[in-house]
Design a protein. Structure first.
Length: 167
């Protein structure tokens, strides 16, 4: 069972056509709920996890999971809190897809990137990555970013954007 000590891991779902949908990030002192459930049930994972930067992890052998859940209330609390938090994050993704227009999802994505990674507003974002993580095309993201640029909220560059102010 991995626990991220430093760095960040992006957790996504990939469909049969290779489209990626960002689910959540695993940051320091966190773990992946999908990993817990897959390891405890010994099922293959249905998600993709990629390090966003250099990552240091603590790995705990799966054989300790059941024993520690009974023996250590703090471990049980950590596991249950992780599952609850990740479930909440995935519900947010579902809500966005079902109830928000793509332009609203894009603004939410940019805000989340800043919050998750502590990025400054002058940090560039590659548009192709945004499109991939929002399960759309680069052309659609470019059009939406152009509207944000017209509102003087971003500056557009080739394959990148820079945030000018809080969205």
């Amino acid at each position: 069972m991995p626990i991220v000590l430093s760095g960040s891991v992006k957790v996504s779902r990939i469909d049969d056509d290779g489209k990626e949908l960002l689910l959540y990030y695993v940051n320091p002192n966190e773990s992946c709920a999908m990993t817990f459930t897959c390891c405890m049930q010994q099922y293959p994972s249905e998600i993709k996890a990629v390090a966003e930067e250099d990552v240091t992890m603590l790995t705990i052998p799966i054989t300790f999971m059941d024993e520690w859940l009974v023996k250590y209330p703090t471990w049980k609390s950590f596991v249950m809190r992780t599952i609850r938090n990740r479930f909440h994050e995935m519900l947010n993704v579902i809500d966005q897809i079902a109830f928000q227009k793509l332009d609203e999802r894009l603004v939410y994505y940019l805000k989340r990137e800043i919050k998750s990674h502590g990025l400054h507003t002058d940090q560039p974002f590659p548009m192709s990555q945004i499109a991939s993580e929002l399960a759309t095309t680069r052309v659609v993201i470019s059009r939406l970013l152009k509207a944000l640029e017209n509102d003087k909220r971003v500056l557009l560059y080739r394959n990148q954007i820079k945030l000018l102010r809080d969205l």
